[in-house]
Design a protein around this ligand. Sequence first.
Ligand code: GLP
Length: 247
Amino acid sequence: MIRVRVFASPEALARALANDIARSLRERRHLVLGLPTGRTPIPLYRELVRLHAAGGADFSGAATFNLDEFLGLAPSDPRSYRTFMARHLFDAVNLSPRRIHFLNGAAADPRAECARYERAIARAGGIDLQILGLGRNGHIGFNEPGRSLAADSHRVRLTTTTRRANASLFENRTRDVPAEALSMGIGTILRSRRIILVATGAGKGRAVVRTVCGTLTTRWPASFLQVHANVEAWLDRAAASRLSAAL
Ligand code: GLP
């Protein structure tokens, strides 16, 4: 069952989540964090940077694993998720560069790259806390709806909806968004010890209902979160607005 927490605003949610992460870092210096990209986590990263500057969040022992990356983009590409993370978080906190982990979209052998990533997560002791965003089509990471889902990190073809949703990184040109990506699998995500799914804004209302109350189906990858023993959905009022009617 997904436990739901509702906050007055995206900013209140971001503050509470940044404090939760800072507390986890104090309790466990070598915390392993799974991180998302997208618009949703930007206020969270802003809060973490602010907390770090104020001496309230120490990342010196932590490791991070991001969920996904576009295929064909080098880490240094200005449009890569790796660059997005550098801009919003990595460059402004005291994470050790060798403990920042990413799927390399420019790897010569994508399959080997995915296997390497799974090994690196296992070697780090698994993910302690996985933060997730939610695609409007029910995707988490880049696990797109379909007839089947991959358990482990894998190469994936992106839907037009998802490419459109990511167009802002590509000067709003959907055709420039890579057609494929590398992503953690549903199993990679579900092996995390704790999962927090974040959704804000009325546009995510329907997606939240299907995720929290819907039947489990590969047509809605986020529905599989319901089987996890320690999973929460953190929502602002707008994203939660359709939930009370559904529950
Ligand atoms: C992208 C990412 C997902 C993210 C989703 C939602 O497709 N691969 O990990 O959750 O966008 O984005 P937003 O938060 O901008 O709605």
